[in-house]
Design a protein around this ligand. Structure first.
Ligand SMILES: C[S@@+](CC[C@H](N)C(=O)[O-])C[C@H]1O[C@@H](n2cnc3c(N)ncnc32)[C@H](O)[C@@H]1O
Length: 205
């Protein structure tokens, strides 16, 4: 009984230590490159649940994540992902990619140091044709001019019919990068996140 309680306590402490370490690494990433990281705190559980709600996990075989940071969404995606599916996580920040490789031991995760703008090439390099879903944590409103549109177009090219581009943003400006390339856009808002975020689900029919 005592042994079980001690083990549970140790486990809880280890999880809390890992969370604090992740948050600290995220904050350091923000101070190193505020424009590319775009936020000082990782996404909340409420935002993650709402964003991933419409995903069909039974049929999804390739999921892509842009801007995983320290892996807040990544872990939640892996918890839901089919055992035969893969998750490609792409980030321009080399420290974040190294952190994911070090912290997440899951053969379904492919962590890539690169830009979302090159998603078509990255998908082909890993032997896939198309993805079922792409989720983006990119700070679209602060990206260099032209990059948002390039990413919107490349993402639409890589998503299979019936799939979707899931985007959470602190500014609704991102809609302009989605509208020309997707057939239907659903949207929502989550105020229980810091900062409150607008959510988009852009579908390919
Ligand atoms: C706001 S953070 C999101 C972190 C995490 N997904 C979350 O929700 O807590 C934005 C991330 O996008 C990455 N990023 C910025 N531009 C990128 C690009 N062109 N391609 C891939 N990742 C990029 C940054 O390095 C950073 O990790």
């Amino acid at each position: 009984m005592n042994f079980t309680r001690t083990l549970a306590g140790d486990l809880r402490k280890a999880v809390n230590r890992r969370r604090r370490h992740g948050r600290w690494k995220f904050l350091r990433g923000f101070f190193k490159n505020p424009v590319m990281v775009g936020s000082v705190v990782p996404s909340s559980r409420i935002l993650i649940d709402k964003m991933l709600e419409p995903v069909d996990w039974q049929t999804c075989r390739l999921f892509i994540e842009y801007g995983p940071g320290v892996g807040t969404f990544t872990r939640e995606i892996l918890d839901r992902l089919h055992p035969d599916a893969r998750l490609i996580a792409i980030d321009t920040n080399e420290d974040f990619i190294a952190h994911l490789k070090e912290e997440i031991d899951d053969p379904r995760l492919i962590a890539v140091h690169g830009s979302a703008a090159n998603v078509e090439e990255i998908v082909a390099d890993h032997g896939f044709d198309m993805a079922d879903y792409v989720v983006s944590g990119l700070p679209f409103s602060t990206l260099p001019p032209g990059l948002g549109d390039t990413i919107g177009r490349a993402t639409a090219n890589v998503i299979a019919p019936g799939g979707a581009f899931l985007v959470y943003q602190f500014s609704p400006k991102v809609r302009q990068f989605l509208q020309p390339h997707f057939d239907r856009i659903d949207s929502g808002f989550e105020w229980r996140n810091i900062p409150p975020a607008t959510l988009f689900w852009a579908w390919r029919s």
